[in-house]
Design a protein around this ligand. Structure first.
Ligand SMILES: [Fe+2]
Ligand SMILES: [Fe+2]
Length: 315
């Protein structure tokens, strides 16, 4: 999940450029977590807290950063090639439940995502706000509206009936397994404790993959992105490949931000990546957001669900 939070006016504020090289006064938070900003002399803490509030609370911010680091430590140690293989096998059974897409949107409201800075907002609001914002700017791309609505549904993995996976196996930035960890990954040092780090089959730039292998042939760290991609494929959704690309790689920050791992992409990936860059601008939280009237927009999204998905999906 990309989170963009409007940066409040502070004396120390300087002009920021976003990942697309455009000027922005928004603050990009990483994988749902606030990250220290890189300055010329190294990292320094942001002047806002994780909720984007203008007041400064250094203790709370330090605590927040500590828990983010703790999160990435667990994620980087435990997300090994073997772990992802096991998870993919388990969730490829699709034996957890049968339900429709809208039902899942409502179920997601029960999920508490620790990385979510908007804990007071029901999750369905994030889905609908992203979808409605895209719909306004790209009225003819109905598939993109639906993609925004479903992109985070995989977070149901946090619920008891879906395995109640720990946060590190569901959210946060994602990265490929089976090849070396690129240095653009956040909190890189914790990969040293990952069992794959010293495995000669996995620790070269290409690892087990030939150049241009195509990202759908690459094992990605497991989480809500990969799970929803698997669900969409299994249930024969008719969304275009750009939609599946967005769903699977929307937390793949080393690629979005740094252009890392592009040697694994094929031509189709390069095309689809253009849509992911557009989507990422809308996968946001903003203080200026307006609450979407769920009942009012529901008929439109139901019509899209009917167009692109079966009535019931296997999860
Ligand atoms: Fe997400
Ligand atoms: Fe999201």
């Amino acid at each position: 999940m990309t989170i963009l939070i409007e940066q409040p006016c502070l004396e120390t504020q300087s002009e920021e450029r976003n990942v697309y090289g455009e000027e922005t006064n928004e603050f990009v938070l990483d994988g749902g977590f606030p990250l220290p900003q890189l300055s010329q002399d190294g990292f320094h803490a942001p002047d806002i807290n994780s909720f984007g509030k203008a007041f400064r609370n250094y203790d709370a911010e330090t605590e927040r950063q500590k828990s983010v680091e703790e999160f990435y430590k667990k994620q980087h140690i435990n997300q090994t090639y073997e772990f992802v293989k096991r998870m993919r096998e388990e969730y490829a059974k699709f034996d957890k439940t049968e339900m429709g897409i809208w039902e899942c949107c409502e179920l997601l409201n029960e999920v508490v995502d620790d990385s979510d800075p908007d804990l007071d907002e029901p999750q369905i609001q994030h889905l609908l706000q992203s979808a409605e914002a895209i719909r306004k700017d790209y009225p003819n791309e109905d598939w993109l509206h639906l993609t925004a609505l479903i992109h985070d549904l995989g977070k149901i993995l946090l619920l008891p009936s879906f395995g109640e996976l720990p946060q590190w196996a569901v959210v946060g930035d994602t990265f490929p397994l089976g090849c070396a960890f690129d240095e653009s990954n956040v909190h890189l040092k914790y990969f040293k404790e990952n069992a794959d780090y010293n495995n000669p089959a996995y620790n070269t730039k290409n690892g087990i993959y030939p150049n241009g292998v195509g990202l759908d042939n690459v094992m990605m760290s497991f989480g809500h992105d990969d799970y929803m991609y698997m669900v969409a494929q299994e249930n024969k959704c008719t969304l275009p490949s750009a939609a599946l690309f967005i769903i699977r790689y929307h937390s793949f920050y080393p690629l979005h931000k740094e252009g890392a791992y592009t040697h694994l992409m094929n031509e189709e990936d390069v095309e689809n990546f253009k849509w992911l860059k557009i989507f990422n601008k809308y996968d946001l939280y903003s203080k200026s957001k307006v609450r979407v009237d769920v009942e009012e927009v529901k008929p439109y999204y139901m019509s899209l669900i009917e167009k692109y998905f079966p009535a019931k999906l296997r999860w």
